[in-house]
Design a protein around this ligand. Sequence first.
Ligand code: SF4
Length: 438
Amino acid sequence: MTLKELQNLDLKKLALEGIEKSKFDSAFVYRYPFSEDLPPVDLKEFEKNAFEFDSVKMPLYIHIPFCTKACFYCHYFKTVPSSEKIVEDYLRALEKEAAAYSKKLENKAKINCLFFGGGTPTYLSAEKINKLVSLLKEKFEFAEKIEATIESSPETLSEEKIFALADKFNRLSIGVQSFDNKVLHDANRNHSSEEAVKAIEMAKAAGFKSVNIDLIYGLSGQSTESWQKTLETAAGLGLESVTASSLRILCGTKFRSMPKTSFPSEEQKLKMHSAFIEKFSNQGMLQCFPYQFVKQGQEMFFLENQWSNGEFLGLGASSCSFLNKWDFNNWYPVQNYVKKVEENGFPTAIGKRISKEEEMIRMLALGMKKSGVNRKDNGVNKADFEKKFGVKIEASFGTEILKLKKLDLLKESGSHLGLSSIGLLFFDEVARIFASKN
Ligand code: SF4
């Protein structure tokens, strides 16, 4: 949707139908059932049932919760460690958790993708990170060529570290958020715009197959002009991938205690999202997800798998996993996680085996994220849905689809049902409409 088309959008009409982005946003929809609806896990049942399959190929996610500073908007589980002992205890627990899964999975799992997320995984030294990767490769069977991603923040990236990481990872994701130093300062980021550009240049020189940057729109004091400049700087860097997230002002963050007037309005945020889509589609990049563009030919296997209802295993405090239809989460913070690993091997806190109806919602709600303005396989493949569940999408979600089509939020393109250009701006709201069926 172009900025001009956005001006004609009837936001009041959408709001009346429950399609509204509130300033104090609810969290990004990354799973279904939602975390708050998952019960405490029945560990006996979990250990008996979650591993009952012949073989699986899946991504492996590792959560490193450490950061150099807490950003004012951050609602992820992270910590600024007060001692090196906390880090050492955590890494030891991760090793034990990996051993517990490795034993239980026997040789039935093949890892086809590796993702280190956080927190800031590059808070750790390259030596510690690479040692951990080697250990994981001893514990699990890895496919020969895999997408291996590590997330980072500019202040943790020296030239030496970047080159060392390029030995184990082929994709580096850098949390840049903005190229405006005032906006970075007001969000309590621990780096400048210049440091971010330097880190990107070093990453390109180190030969990563893909360098991604994460940006955020809606930050305190961020004007549409500031956002536009950030987009222009990003577009000039020749990146393989650019991600732009809408700020979510969630409970427990410093931003939550600030007046609403400190932040761009929801209308401004919609303009910022549209400007992002316009900028990178005009550059010939592919919109793989509503919030991400990649250069043509690049893949984003880890998320593509997650939005396709695929299985994955997450290790570390607060990590979530989806295995044999078990949707589950680990304990956090670090002390709880370490204690539970010591006690049980498996630090699983909440989770259950999801029902067929829940899986149908999951496939549709998350599958909408596989939409993009120039993506050919836009959204969910209807035949795949029918093959998996033995029922047509329309037969199960007719009411919701009709409502969303009337609001111009969905579009059919051949075999696929996905988000329209308006729907791309409301991808989480559309997911919640499908989730409301239950
Ligand atoms: S660096 Fe990332 S994970 Fe750490 S506090 Fe900031 S936003 Fe959160």
